[in-house]
Design a protein around this ligand. Sequence first.
Ligand code: WT7
Length: 654
Amino acid sequence: MDYAGVDGRRTDGTAAGDDEAVVEPPAAFSDRAVANDPELYEAFAEEGPEAWRRAADLLDWETDYETVLDDDDPPFYEWFPDGRLNAAANCVDRHLDERRNQLAIRWFGKRGERRSYTYLDLHREVNALAAGLRELGVEEDDVVTLYLPMIPELPIAMLACARIGAPHNVVFAGLSAEALATRIDAADSSYLVTCDGYYRREDAFNQKSKADNARLRADIDLSATVVVDRLGDALDVPLSDDEHEYESIVEAHDGETVEPVARDATDLLFVMYTSGTTGRPKGVEHATGGYLSHVAWTTRNVLDVRPDDTYWCAADIGWITGHSYGVYGPLSVGTTSVLYEGSPDYPDRDRVWDLIERNAVSVFYTSPTAIRSFMKWGAEYPDAHDLSSIRLLGTVGESITPKAWRWYREHVGGGEAPIVDTWWQTETGAISLATLPGITPMKPGKVGPPLPGIDARVVDEDGEPVDPGEPGYLTIGAPWPGMLRGLREGDERYRREYWLEGEDGWRYRTGDGATVDEDGYVSILGRVDDVINVRTHRFNTAELESAIVGADGVTEAAVVGDDDGKIVAYVTTRGDVDPDEPLRDAIGEGLARAVGDVARPDRVVFTPDLPKTRSGKIMRRLLEDIARGDEFGDVSALRNPEVVGEIESAVREE
Ligand code: WT7
């Protein structure tokens, strides 16, 4: 097997779960848990792919599937290939009989606004918009780009697209015009749904002008643009002839019904761009049947969500977590979700706890980055609220330290609630490694064993399983239903990017380094490729670095993430250029333009040189250790070991 390109960083074997504490699932939780039969692991092991019928059978199929998995042409796998279904019908229509008046979405806006949608409301608006999109010319298989903040119109537009069989391409609202244009072109998408703007703290921010700008840059001529009026009178955004008000469309088609288009299970549900190991973002394609099955199954069995819960996934819908567990998961299982547009510390640092109390949230899913902020702000904020409604907590996106894990359980989970540390990726579509909260004991700081049916293994360079405690590469053997069906960039790229063929068949490369302990619990060590996870977003280092080098006077740059999920940029400048504030600003602007405000570095460290290997490769791992204030090993093998001391003092001066 060839693992070229994975340079095995942070291979010192330090695992996030640094102690051996084992926390049993509380009996009171297990008794009521969706998954509480330990035989589940064995059943999946024995049945193979057939076991995933349990997931697919959570859905309503327009045409029943007979075949579970077609694996004739690996690594191109087809799940439930002869079945047909519609994702929007599964998320909305099928709930009408039993719970049409139950709340589907409780939305809280940045200005303290509230809006609630029952399943019946959702059905009405999704149908109206679906009819409107059709009238604008959207046909089955046309890709519709959605560029919206966390407002109800975003999930509604996703469902309206799904209803008519038009794959969506959601672009995170904080990304730049340039990033939007790239994604419109790459997805070959001629329809756009966006909004006039949104609030950032007190200020009205013009989103439409970013969309306009993207339109000018994109090669594709958009056939139609739909614009949601988020700001009312706060912002005057004139529309041209081929731009349509969302509200007028929904009003004009109010009360119409659009028959959900039956899609092949293997048909595209959506595309989501994410950073990969090389420059341009990759368009990850998710198929309808496998994705929705896996998402629904994990929403129930891992997050333990049921219709009578009030559930809150705090992730932005602009990324995969929000797709799977903010929209498709909760709606497919028919629960009530909180959708929150604002920030966790506005108007005060207790906003999240206030919302949990106000809505009696029972299942809360967030990221270690957020938990670290909560810890920093202080336990007095959660402690001042009644959080007794919480039954289960989840985390995703990066490793959580045992300390943060305990804080989360103590101050948010009342010392009682199980925590599921869920590992997955944009490409895996749904949770792949995690404990089953009613069955599997937890180890704070360790993700846990793979889910039943997920053949995850930590292997060495030769593809051989590593010994317990030894660092290796996290790979997945057998296919799983939520897996990407391919890349927008084509089959060859898909195969090259993710798959290795070995003696025991094909293995999917996750790009993560990991260790596994004696009990089969996996600890994630971080990415082994040139991808950094910061602020729960995934960036390709080269993408950020090329934007920095675009600033006048900059010669080289290296970007790393620090312990707080912040972006640290190390920058060298031309001899005649002063590394001063204006240059710092220009670097920030360059990144905001190329990628978006989310990519503005938290720290820019000017240094005379970057540490390099003899072959000239920048030692990002060393720079990361310096940014985090971690110990690092011998640097004498570097081409320029003398810069390390200078960089350390530059970091300290910052
Ligand atoms: C990368 C995927 C779908 C999750 C949101 C991010 C890291 C994810 C964990 C976890 C340690 C984690 C991995 C993975 N990651 N979950 N529980 N513990 N690391 O999705 O942007 O596709 O990033 O996030 O490095 O490869 P993404």
